[in-house]
Design a protein around this ligand. Structure first.
Ligand code: MG
Length: 334
């Protein structure tokens, strides 16, 4: 590298770009089994039920306690495949890099992307880099597509949800939202909270075979409350959450009280919300609690006949409506 920071020349198609790709992207991501001479690559071994998803990642700051943009981008895409019942096989990566980004930071983020992809059994099959002028980007944006094979034997979909079904969450909510917010240091608050950013593939894989499993979603932007709204809108049923049952860490509660946030709307990046038949719930919780990230799994509510409402039963026995999110409490969280 001729400079410690990204130059516009790193995106011009010439020598600097070739070196950037070979020194960072190819070094971390290349897979010798893929024939990458052509402009499009053939993906071997994709017989069966193929699933695809895509997502863009713009989190600020690029590194935060418990994760970074690189690992978060893999988790985001792997988790969308996992909750849909699919095992990730291939990823693509498009990187929009801002002029002036430290090359060592770029290297750390792409190394982290590569390590997370490997941990989840996914091969990076195609990629692209672009450089934009200083001030036109947030350091680095990643756009990622994921291709997977459906492995779940349970038939998943909101259309299978019926009244009395159980609503479960795999762990405490809001850790990601609050840790990223603390990492920005804009409110003068600090804390040792870490993001929950993680692959939920092991948690999902552990219950893919359960006939009583009806639906899963990872509560990212908009948090648990938003997933609940998606469920009630799609099904015309209602949903009741028990406040005492929803796991929330003390730090998250404390920061929410100071800043007026509601933990139910905060992003998670390593949690699963599942809807199961009532008699399946305890089996799912038993399996989750033996797995990393699943120790605090809980039954947090159930589906009702009460059309399209999300109700929170409070600790004191009161009820409050959880409305649909309108403004964005924490922009650029993922
Ligand atoms: Mg998702």
């Amino acid at each position: 590298m001729h400079d410690q920071r990204i130059l516009l020349a790193h995106g011009n198609g010439g020598r600097f770009m070739r070196e950037l790709i070979s020194d960072i992207f190819a070094r971390h991501l290349a897979n010798p089994a893929l024939d990458t001479d052509a402009d499009a690559v053939h993906l071997p071994g994709l017989a069966g039920d193929i699933m695809v998803t895509t997502d863009g990642f713009t989190v600020q700051p690029l590194e935060f306690p418990g994760g970074n943009l690189g690992s978060l981008a893999v988790h985001g895409v792997v988790n969308d495949l996992a909750v849909a019942g699919a095992e990730p096989r291939y990823l693509t990566l498009s990187a929009i890099i801002e002029e002036g980004l430290e090359i060592t930071l770029l290297d750390r983020l792409i190394a982290s992307f590569a390590a997370s992809a490997r941990e989840n059994g996914a091969v990076v099959a195609a990629g692209d880099t672009k450089v934009v002028r200083k001030g036109e980007g947030g350091g680095l944006y990643l756009s990622v597509a994921g291709i997977g094979l459906r492995r779940a034997t349970a038939t998943l979909g909101m259309r299978h949800i019926t009244p009395d079904d159980a609503v479960l969450v795999s762990g405490p909510i809001g850790d990601h939202g609050i840790s990223v917010m603390l990492a920005r240091e804009q409110f003068g608050l600090t804390g040792d909270l870490r993001s929950d950013s993680a692959s939920v593939l092991p948690l999902c894989r552990a219950i893919w075979d359960m006939p009583g499993l009806k639906f899963m979603r990872d509560p990212t932007r908009g948090g648990l409350a938003t997933v609940c709204h998606e469920i009630v809108h799609a099904t015309d049923h209602g949903l009741i959450l028990q406040q005492v049952a929803v796991p929330v860490r003390d730090t998250v509660t404390a920061v929410c009280e100071i800043l007026g946030y509601d933990p139910y709307y905060l992003a998670c990046e390593g949690r699963v919300v599942a809807v199961t038949s009532a008699d399946t719930a305890e089996i799912v919780l038993d399996r989750w609690r033996t797995l990393p990230g699943g120790q605090d799994a809980a039954l947090i509510g159930h589906i009702t006949n009460n059309a399209s409402r999300v109700i929170l039963e409070t600790e004191l026995g009161g009820r409050r409506m959880l409305g649909e999110l309108e403004d964005d409490p924490l922009p650029r969280i993922c």
